[in-house]
Design a protein around this ligand. Structure first.
Ligand code: AMP
Ligand code: MG
Length: 497
């Protein structure tokens, strides 16, 4: 037995379990045979005001493996529905996840602490409720990578090996992920209650979401439309950020889209190498629904599903007005997204001022990358170096340099209108375009070593690289380089199930 702690390890304040009865099922994590910590996010633990020291060892393994439910936790399985690849499932829910509770972080922000892979729940629908080491560590890597890139994301607090097998195509070592999120409210959470016509619970949920993510709207008679607008704004900003680092989520079902605007459930995700609007890596996305260039369109589609779910709350007396208002928000999403995207593109182009031609300049740059299958990340990064005089590196990425030079001439002419010096501009561009992304072959190597050999060294090395994606460091050249094309051509990612 472990000694009881003198002070609580967590300071839980579980508003979802307390204030929203009937929106979740109280449930307990399954006990596991031999929990051992694969990874613990000490910095995040400290940010969450947890007792990081006490959690970093065996006690952490027991808690984050699910064998010891910490004092103050009220574990629940949350109900949600979702459109998966366009088809509606009215009842998904936490089939292998549990919300342990909420804490206030060092900045006073409420954060969820949740398990994934913690055993079956009433929502499991025949699934085993478990997760394997590989997909759990993929979520660790991608969450940390996005975080370091400054992109809103759920993050891993811990990964624990269970010491038990899980059965997929073959036998794999099992694991439990502990995930931290601004909340686990999804578009699908609203769909769950809307689909049942349970308007009281829907309203309870929407008011909870507003209190949590948009408190300035509380009490506003138009608050539900305000919530829709706020989610649209956050998702437009998020997807634009993904696009600028070549991130492909892989499974943008409505249950995998948050109200908070954080990235979540990026199971079969990948960072693109050669710039390609049609890039798809997920093994289950056979029709390319969630291809790179489709992501803003899918975000809009998902928002329309949220709008439908919220409609009964918006204007019960005047449904026509409610529909018109919601349609407005959905129709304005492309322009909202374009605005966020252009702001990001200007930063990557080193343009602090706005000019009417900037959109075309950015579009033509990406078309150029596409036409010669140039690596998205290196092209942007070496463009920053070219602003500083180092042109040959950029040119070496292109088979045919002529269209590059034509484009560079336009870009240099445009940059004349800027007041910054080239060196300043290059430095700013390097802060907008990372050198190190989670390259698929490195991710795979790290996962394979951890999963097959229990070797965590490649994982730790990769995480250290990704923690500072913008800072070039000697000795890390291999992490910056794309995989050989024949590797990328066959790269597939798989869901964590
Ligand atoms: P995800 O693919 O993780 O977004 O999950 C989609 C839905 O399937 C959610 O309702 C999950 O809880 C459920 N699910 C996924 N994997 C499992 C599993 N191994 N056991 C039970 N439910 C699962
Ligand atoms: Mg999901």
């Amino acid at each position: 037995m472990t000694e009881p702690a003198l002070r609580p390890l967590f300071h839980f304040d579980n508003s979802y379990a307390r204030d929203l009865p009937g929106l979740a099922v109280p449930w307990q994590p399954r006990r596991v045979d031999a929990p051992s910590l694969l990874w613990f996010n000490r910095a995040l633990a400290e940010e969450l005001q947890l007792d990081a020291e006490a959690l970093a060892g065996e006690r952490g393994a027991a808690i984050f493996g699910g064998n010891e439910v910490p004092e103050g936790a009220t574990p629940i399985a949350q109900a949600y529905a979702g459109h998966q690849f366009g088809g509606f499932s009215p009842s998904l829910g936490d089939g292998r996840a549990l919300l342990l509770g909420e804490v206030l972080d060092r900045h006073g922000r409420r954060r969820d602490i949740a398990f994934k892979g913690s055993g079956p729940t009433p929502f499991s629908r025949g699934g085993d409720g478990r997760a394997a080491v590989g997909p759990v560590l993929r979520e660790v890597i991608i969450g940390e990578a996005l975080q370091a890139l400054g992109i809103p994301t759920t993050r891993a607090l811990a990964a624990v090996a269970t010491g038990e097998p899980v059965f997929r195509e073959g036998t794999l070592p099992g694991a439990v992920l502990t995930r931290v999120a601004a909340s686990h409210l999804r578009v699908g959470t609203f769909q769950f209650f809307a689909a049942r016509g349970d308007i009281d619970k829907l309203r309870l949920l929407a008011d909870h979401a507003i209190a949590r993510h948009d408190p300035q709207l509380a009490g506003d008679p138009d608050r539900y439309m305000g919530l829709l607008r706020a989610v649209a704004e956050r998702q437009a900003a998020l997807i634009a950020r993904w696009m600028h680092v070549g991130f492909i989520h892989g499974v943008m079902n409505t249950d995998n889209m948050t109200i908070s605007g954080e990235s979540i459930d990026f199971g079969p995700c990948a960072f693109m190498e050669a710039h390609d609007p049609d890039a798809v890596f997920s093994s289950i996305d056979t029709h390319g629904r969630y291809a790179y260039a489709n992501q803003p369109l899918i975000a809009r589609w998902n928002l329309a599903r949220l709008a439908e779910a919220l409609l009964p709350l918006v204007d019960a007396d005047d449904p026509q007005r409610a529909v018109a208002g919601a349609t407005d928000v959905i129709d304005s999403f492309p322009a909202l997204y374009d605005r966020h995207w252009l702001t990001g593109a200007r930063a990557k182009l080193g343009l602090a001022r706005g000019d009417d031609g900037d959109q075309a300049l950015a579009d033509d740059w990406l078309a150029l990358l596409q036409s010669q299958a140039v690596d998205h990340t290196l092209a942007w990064r070496y463009l920053a170096d070219a602003a500083d005089g180092d042109g040959p590196k950029l040119q070496a990425l292109f088979e045919d340099a002529r269209p590059l030079h034509e484009w560079l001439a336009r870009w240099r002419a445009r940059a004349q209108a800027e007041s910054s010096m080239p060196a300043q501009r290059a430095a700013a561009m390097r802060r907008a375009s990372p050198l190190y992304i989670a390259r698929n072959h490195h991710v795979e190597d790290a996962l394979r070593a951890a999963s097959a050999d229990g070797n965590l060294q490649p994982l730790h090395a990769l995480l250290a690289v990704l923690a500072q994606p913008f800072d070039e460091r000697p000795g890390l050249e291999a992490y910056a380089m794309p995989a050989p094309p024949e590797v990328t051509a066959h790269y597939r990612t798989f869901c964590g199930t």
